[in-house]
Design a protein around this ligand. Structure first.
Ligand SMILES: Cc1ncc(COP(=O)(O)O)c(C=O)c1O
Length: 355
């Protein structure tokens, strides 16, 4: 038994879409493409032609970058698509469930609902720095739990799940569920990616994105990594030609050494800014609590989140209010130094209005 056996039977039986052949130095009259170039085409590969059904070289580069074999990786339109693919592959409508922690990234529950699957969430406590209780997570699982989503560092709390806890979850749940570790923000933490555990743990699936640390949110590119047979099944349900030619070329460029060096420097300066902004925010009287964060954002509790949102918006600074699930809590994304100063000015006005 492997986690591929948990995939819906109709997906296991599915053959990947057979795309029109693409052979260099041939005249392609097999794909109903236009034979002329559009005047707006400025890419290395001609846009009148479909891209590769899967971007093979890009997949290999990303596998090298993330540190796994290329047959363990599928390139996706951001991690969002990977979450959707996983839930569609594993969860039978009206029968299966996913287990998550709460609060966490809302897209896990969203795509479960789209699929007609159930979500069970395990509360984490603000008073406990939102630490994940592995016993509680395992208790929430039953025979219909196909996927357990854990996000580290977690959105919106910034909390890291320590490596021993992740290993305990992988070992104790075994092949009864896939354990999906969403590492969207890992580059901003001191943690090492769980990608290195893929060889030892056949129930591990790892999600990475280029949207955050590589500053490529607009490109829509990420990757799902896991057992080879699971990746093959996800590949069978992903849309043909999912990765467009402009995205493939931009990401190829971003993965060149110069782009990666720049990203490393930017991450380091963002982490410094995170420290400065958190320290500054902590000084305001209306800020009741600042939780530790290993991501490019942090969560604060204020005396009146509505007022903080209003003042910040007046300064034309947008924050994310989590008041629904976390009373008076706001998530602040760390911007560049000028942007952060602008936020601090808005906070100074709030402080002045309280006197
Ligand atoms: C935890 C987490 N996972 C995944 C995503 C989605 O990222 P992508 O842009 O790769 O779809 C986000 C986006 O904010 C996120 O916070």
């Amino acid at each position: 038994m492997t986690i591929a056996d948990l995939v819906r039977p109709e997906i296991r039986a599915l053959q990947p879409y057979e795309a029109a052949q693409q052979v260099d130095d041939t005249i392609r009259l097999n794909a109903n493409e236009a034979p002329w170039s559009n005047a707006a085409d400025r890419f290395r590969r001609p846009l009148n032609r479909y891209p590769e059904i899967r971007p093979v070289a890009l997949g290999e580069s990303l596998a090298r970058y993330f540190g796994c074999d290329s047959d363990r990786l599928l390139v996706t339109r951001g991690t969002s698509e990977a979450i959707d693919l996983l839930i569609r592959a594993f969860c039978r409508e009206g029968r299966d469930n996913i287990v998550t922690t709460s609060p966490t990234f809302s897209m896990y529950a969203h795509y479960a609902t789209v699929q007609g699957a159930f979500e069970r969430s395990v509360e984490t406590r603000a008073t406990d720095n939102f630490a994940v209780d592995i016993d509680a997570l395992l208790d929430a699982c039953d025979d219909s739990t196909r996927l357990v989503f854990v996000c580290t560092p977690n959105n919106p709390t910034g909390t890291v799940i320590p490596r021993p806890a992740l290993i305990e979850l992988l070992e104790r749940r075994g092949e009864r569920s896939a354990i999906v570790v969403d590492e969207a923000y890992i580059e901003f933490s001191d943690e090492v990616s769980t990608v290195e555990l893929l060889q030892q743990h056949d129930n591990l699936v790892v999600l990475r994105t280029l949207s955050k640390a590589l500053a490529f949110a607009g490109a829509r590119c990420g990757a799902v990594m896991g057992p080879v047979d699971v990746v093959r099944l996800l590949n069978a349900i992903q849309a043909p030609y999912a990765m467009s030619t402009p995205v493939v070329e931009c990401v190829e460029d971003a993965l060149q050494a110069a782009g990666l060096d720049e990203a490393t420097r930017s991450i380091q300066s963002l982490v410094r800014e995170r420290r400065r902004l958190m320290d500054a925010v902590r000084q305001f009287g209306f800020v009741e609590h600042v939780w530790p964060s290993a991501a490019n954002f942090f969560l604060v509790r204020v005396t009146n989140s509505g007022a903080v949102m209003r003042y910040s918006e007046q300064e034309r600074v947008l924050l994310r209010n989590f008041d629904g699930s976390l009373a008076n809590c706001i998530r602040i994304t760390v911007g560049d130094p000028d942007e952060n100063d602008r936020l601090l000015r808005a906070f100074e006005q709030i402080e002045a209005s309280r006197k």
